[in-house]
Design a binder for this molecule. Structure first.
Ligand code: UD1
Length: 364
């Protein structure tokens, strides 16, 4: 019998991580076609993830690249529409909350193709964040919603969405579980930076609210300069550009305890996080990875979609206030055990099982 087709749409760094365990499983039962929108295109933002995570090469590359929100999303939609028409898939699968997620969900919905969303139900309740807009729209358009946590299920229920919601756990835990051993045996990142366990913090910054606001960015630089510990700072290209527009990049370069570096691959980031004294970040994925690896997280935002990490005492939200952040680097230590609120590392198996059920149902 002809195999059912699922088109998966990815485009940005965190989506490569999320798709890696899922694609592998989907291909057992379905014809999965992987579309890369091209939102991230640098080797270190894209290629290295495909290689390290063993993701199959994209079946279709839209090659859209960096642009303003409307142009980027619009171009993705135009190109994706042609591809979806040519494939007429049984499902279109989107991940997370980027412009690639929005483009995938909206294009499919306009073609009356059913949409499934991995990481459904996340909310920051701040509609000024581009990601929040993307999530709300993707969830509204999806007929299958794979929620990672109970909080996500409740958020959807408050918006009147309960049909098609499946709490499957978090696919980033699947990816982490699959790769942590290989990361620890192959990565030389600690030697490269000359650090040992617990001697440093690893920091990342890329949210528009932090990079596009010169005052927020300058406070973040002050936090890192004032850190009592060595700081390893892999720079997202958008952050590097923002820092270079002012004197901030030079200030960081002058600080002997701050190691500036290009974005790092998945395996090096796992090892750097696992051995850090703390993770300092505005990334959603890293808040969660820090929790899963048992490392304290200091979040440079006033709110988070990953409330569980805060409720369990492993994540503290400090915004961009210098005194709060510097104090957290010195003294924030989690006092309570972690829980299994992100599941058991079998989210991608459960996603496969849901698709098998739903598509068998459709056939009948
Ligand atoms: C996007 C997502 C964000 C996600 C992040 C992960 C949206 C609205 N935002 O933000 O939710 O957390 O990805 O990293 O979709 N650039 C390069 N090379 C690349 C990619 C980007 O140089 O390979 C530079 C370009 O100058 C670009 C800027 O980074 O303008 C921003 O990239 P973009 O994809 O628009 O958004 P991100 O900030 O990466």
């Amino acid at each position: 019998m002809e195999r059912r087709t699922i088109v998966s749409v990815v485009g940005a760094r965190p989506q490569f991580i999320k798709a890696s365990p899922v694609s592998k499983r989907l291909r057992r039962s379905f014809r999965e076609m992987l579309v890369h929108t091209g939102q991230h295109y640098d080797l270190e933002m894209s290629g290295v993830f495909f290689r390290q995570l063993g993701i199959p090469a994209p079946d279709c590359s839209l090659g859209v690249g960096s642009k303003g929100h409307a142009e980027q999303t619009g171009e993705m939609m135009e190109r994706l529409e042609d591809y979806l028409v040519s494939q007429s898939p049984d499902f279109v699968l989107v991940y997370g909350d980027t412009n690639s997620t929005l483009a995938g969900a909206l294009t499919a919905a306009k073609l009356n193709l059913p949409v499934a969303h991995v990481e459904a139900g996340l909310r920051s309740f701040d509609m000024r964040m581009p990601e929040e807009v993307n999530r709300v729209v993707a969830d509204r358009l999806s007929v299958i919603l794979f929620a990672p946590t109970q909080t996500a299920v409740q958020n959807l229920s408050r918006e009147g969405i309960s049909d098609g919601v499946h709490r499957v756990g978090d696919v980033m835990l699947d990816a982490l579980t699959e790769h942590i051993d290989a990361a620890q045996s192959s990565s030389r990142v600690l030697e490269e930076f000359g650090v040992a366990q617990g001697e440093y913090v690893v920091a990342t910054v890329h949210r528009a609210a932090n990079t596009d606001d010169p005052e927020a960015l300058s406070r973040i630089v002050e936090i890192l300069r004032a850190s009592s510990m060595k700081v390893i700072l892999p720079l997202h290209p958008r952050t590097r550009e923002a820092l270079k527009r002012s004197s901030l990049y030079g200030e960081l370069e002058k600080a002997a305890h701050v190691a500036l570096t290009a974005p790092l691959g998945y395996l090096d980031m796992l090892v750097l996080q696992k051995n850090a004294h703390a993770v300092i970040t505005d990334s959603g994925g890293m808040q969660k990875e820090a929790y899963l690896l048992g490392v304290p997280c200091i979040t440079l935002r006033e709110e988070t979609e990953w409330l569980e990490t805060v409720a369990d005492g492993w994540n503290t939200l400090v915004g961009t206030e210098v005194a709060r952040a510097v104090d957290a680097i010195k003294s924030f230590r989690p006092a309570t055990p972690r829980t299994d609120r992100f599941g058991k590392g079998d989210a991608s198996e459960r996603i496969l099982a849901v698709f098998e059920d739903v598509l068998a149902e459709k056939r009948r």
